[in-house]
Design a protein around this ligand. Structure first.
Ligand SMILES: Nc1ncnc2c1ncn2[C@@H]1O[C@H](COP(=O)(O)OP(=O)(O)O)[C@@H](O)[C@H]1O
Ligand SMILES: [Mg+2]
Length: 371
């Protein structure tokens, strides 16, 4: 049976890909229904002039398309190559994967180009997303390795000190010198405290990253927590002759994780005391709509503007030597930030060098913990 041309046409119009034929000048002599759909042009318009001038390619594709047409006309088979096509009516961009070859039809003097173009837009988008995810994962992995190496380094430093001073204490002469002995023991004790603090913070951060941190939500009386914080920090403030107080005008009860809230406040108040030489440290708690806002105010050294962006980063310290004797590692604020975020609040600060710093954070009165 001989197929009639109408049947061929129907078949090509049924296809999900673009089928086209163009002549040496680059003018379509045939384009199927899918070509109309993707370009937004009628068959008549499609055949009206060289297809490169039909406005169906975004500017950034013109050079590539001209090159492809030239190659195929010179006898090379092209593709698969990706080309973006613009719909002249809607502006929608479709990425097609095109293959084309030259052939002689009828006489040997005239040739045509036969081409097939397949819509691969979703595939291209998916590949792009995949690439982005891989890039992000690589960055995260790098960050993790950095974290691990800094953590390991930080763990080694106090251990070296502990070992060194223990060896010194092994010296018979020294054991007789009571003053020196108690000085070295104090250093060892300090370093052990630092280690224990570091391990706690590291564990917290790891649990947050892994998503295994647990929050126990219960009714919490804010004055009670602030009382506890004050009692715990009083000694530290006294040693530096700083006035430590808190203000909580109304009786506020919120639903949140008591111990985590305590931990956040201890972190902020101990920072405030640590970085203040003169004046006071004050904690204020007040209701603000559906939230409670805490302010931890100090009259300390302040934070230079150039460090503001880095303050919540892990292991960041403006002056690492300053905190050496104060048991810091630059993890406290990153723990606070993660905890506050997970508990549904926000944390930020205002600071002026030489004048003081205020750290603020909010928590929902009815906490819903983020997973
Ligand atoms: N109240 C504050 N006043 C001045 N600087 C502060 C204050 N709180 C934090 N900082 C700065 O932010 C850094 C990071 O704080 P943090 O994460 O608690 O680490 P750490 O206290 O262990 O150094 C500190 O090293 C300090 O430079
Ligand atoms: Mg701290």
């Amino acid at each position: 049976m001989k197929l009639n041309p109408n049947m061929w046409k129907k078949l090509f119009d049924f296809a999900p890909d673009i089928y086209y034929i163009h002549d040496e000048k680059g003018i379509f002599v045939y384009a199927n229904k899918m070509a109309e759909k993707i370009t937004g042009l009628t068959p008549k318009k499609l055949k009206s002039k060289e297809f490169i001038n039909l406005g169906i390619f975004p500017d950034y594709e013109i050079k590539k398309v001209s090159y492809l047409v030239k190659s195929v006309l010179s006898g090379k088979q092209i593709g698969p190559a990706n080309v973006d096509i613009k719909n002249v009516k809607t502006g929608k961009i479709t990425t097609v994967e095109v293959i084309a070859k030259r052939c002689y039809c009828g006489s040997k003097k005239k040739y045509f180009v036969l081409g097939v173009a397949r819509d691969v837009t979703t595939k291209v988008i998916a590949e792009k997303k995949l690439h982005e995810s891989i890039k992000k994962l690589k960055e995260l992995n790098k960050e993790k390795n950095m974290f691990l190496s800094i953590a390991a380094h930080e763990l080694k430093t106090p251990m070296a000190a502990i070992k060194g001073f223990t060896q010194l204490l092994n010296n018979d002469e020294l054991v007789k010198d009571k003053e020196k002995r108690s000085k070295y023991l104090k250093i060892i004790e300090n370093e052990v405290d630092r280690l224990s603090l570091l391990v706690t913070d590291l564990l917290d951060l790891t649990r947050i990253d892994l998503g295994t941190i647990k929050f126990i939500v219960e009714d919490v009386d804010i004055s009670e927590i602030l009382d506890r914080v004050q009692k715990e920090m009083q000694q530290l403030a006294k040693e530096k002759k700083l006035q430590l107080s808190y203000e909580c005008k109304n009786k506020i009860k919120i639903k949140t994780d008591r111990e985590k809230l305590y931990e956040i406040l201890i972190n902020l108040v101990s920072n405030a005391i640590k970085y203040t030489e003169k004046g006071f440290v004050k904690v204020v708690a007040e209701k603000q709509g559906k939230f409670i806002k805490f302010s931890v105010i100090d009259t300390g050294i302040g934070i230079d503007k150039k460090y503001h962006k880095k303050i919540f980063e892990r292991f960041f310290q403006v002056d690492p030597t300053y905190t050496r004797e104060n048991k810091g590692y630059g993890l406290g604020l990153s723990v606070c930030k993660e905890l506050v975020n997970k508990m549904g609040g926000k944390i930020w600060f205002d600071s002026e060098v030489g004048k003081g710093t205020t750290f603020y954070f909010t928590l929902p009165i009815n906490s819903r913990v983020k997973r």
